[in-house]
Design a protein around this ligand. Structure first.
Ligand SMILES: Nc1ncnc2c1ncn2[C@@H]1O[C@H](COP(=O)(O)OP(=O)(O)OP(=O)(O)O)[C@@H](O)[C@H]1O
Ligand code: SF4
Ligand SMILES: [Mg+2]
Length: 339
């Protein structure tokens, strides 16, 4: 396995108390595999990536768990050892390239600097690499002499992608890399990422709340809810035979292609407060299938088929739940009369 996250718990200290943003997440990614991480805003997706890159803000910390990259536990590396892993083995495409680029430096110089910090190559060789990288991401090489503000949003995102692949990492993390862009440009960036994955054999951790994008780009998908993974497995199984009601809700909320919508989640209600989460199933308040047991006991993440896991007391009954979902609005029926 390239990356193995084991029972990761990540918290933030806040005035209201400890926010346990990631609560016992386990996830693995094989070399060359593309895994999508989906879930609505605030469920902990970005916190997972910050923890594995060790770039948590000062009030955030890893409480528990291991992050094994090629067998090495990243949570135990010193800051300087971790700097060697970042960019070289795991790189990140940020949501907005503006965060990754220095506005007062020409983008070519930034690329060269990134390469030379990590590798002993002379400036001329690094510049040639930068030219190749630009070609790879579809930008004319003369634009290496331009400053970030001279690029459009989409082009800047290409520059950020060139930076991310500069040192040939094994894993690329992309956290909502296209949300800031308009639809046509989004499409082109997604095509570029797909192309790079095929050409370079990169593994991907692709974070989004855009279900159709995951369907297009990923081999496997992890569905996160309120700090936990509630369903995980091969794309065809998780999206074709969802076994957790939350996944069913996500898919139902997402009938249109990515192009036509910005916010995809429309399951009634809101996730629980992560300072004091409920003791049973975290989805129980919003789940049309919840019964007493769901409010009392937390459902474990268990196999429903080989490689396909779900955390629902009634996962074995998923076909019936899917049937109910398909024949009308399960939510409207379950919550009829409640405000
Ligand atoms: N610096 C912080 N201090 C305190 N709480 C934080 C901090 N960053 C995030 N959180 C909280 O941690 C939880 C998870 O946040 P996170 O940003 O990981 O979610 P996300 O799934 O990436 O959301 P989005 O889709 O909006 O990007 C949320 O409840 C959020 O309010
Ligand atoms: S355990 Fe109960 S509340 Fe949670 S998702 Fe399953 S049916 Fe719904
Ligand atoms: Mg996020």
């Amino acid at each position: 396995m390239l990356l193995q996250i084991e029972d990761l718990v990540v918290s933030y200290r806040t005035r209201a108390g400890l926010v346990r943003a990631v609560d016992g997440v386990s996830l693995s990614i094989a070399a060359g595999q593309s895994v999508g991480l989906v879930g609505e805003s605030g469920c902990g997706k970005t916190t997972v990536t910050r923890a594995l890159l060790r770039i948590l803000p000062p009030n955030g910390f890893i409480e528990r768990g291991r992050v094994l990259l090629e067998g090495v536990d990243l949570t135990r590396l010193s800051a300087s050892e971790m700097r060697r892993v970042r960019w070289r083995r795991i790189a990140m495409v940020p949501q907005s390239a503006m965060n990754a680029l220095n506005p007062v430096l020409r983008v070519g110089d930034q690329l060269v600097e990134t390469i030379r910090i990590h590798e002993h190559v002379d400036a001329a060789a690094a510049w040639r690499r930068a030219e190749d990288l630009f070609e790879r991401v579809g930008i004319e090489r003369r634009r290496l002499y331009d400053y970030p503000h001279q690029f459009s949003g989409g082009m800047r995102q290409r520059v950020a992608i060139a930076m991310a692949i500069a040192l040939q990492p094994a894993l690329l993390i992309a956290d909502e890399p296209t949300t800031a862009l308009d639809v046509l440009v989004q499409d082109r960036i997604l095509n570029l990422l797909e192309q790079l994955r095929a050409d370079l054999g990169l593994a991907f951790l692709y974070i989004t709340h855009d279900v159709p994008v995951v369907a297009e780009l990923c081999d496997a998908v992890a569905v996160m809810y309120a700090g936990k993974i509630v369903e995980f497995g091969p794309l065809a199984q998780v999206f074709g035979s969802p076994s957790h009601p939350y996944t069913m809700g996500l898919l139902r909320a997402s009938p249109k292609p990515a192009a036509e919508q910005s916010e995809l989640i429309s399951i009634p209600g809101a996730p629980p407060n992560l300072v004091a989460p409920p003791r049973g199933c975290r989805f129980a308040e919003r789940c049309p299938f919840a019964d007493d047991r769901c409010h009392l006991a937390e459902p474990p993440l268990e196999a429903v088929a080989p490689g396909h896991l779900a955390a629902c007391h009634f996962a074995a009954d998923a076909p019936r739940m899917r049937q109910t979902m398909a024949t009308g609005d399960a939510w409207a029926r379950a919550f009829a009369g409640t405000p």
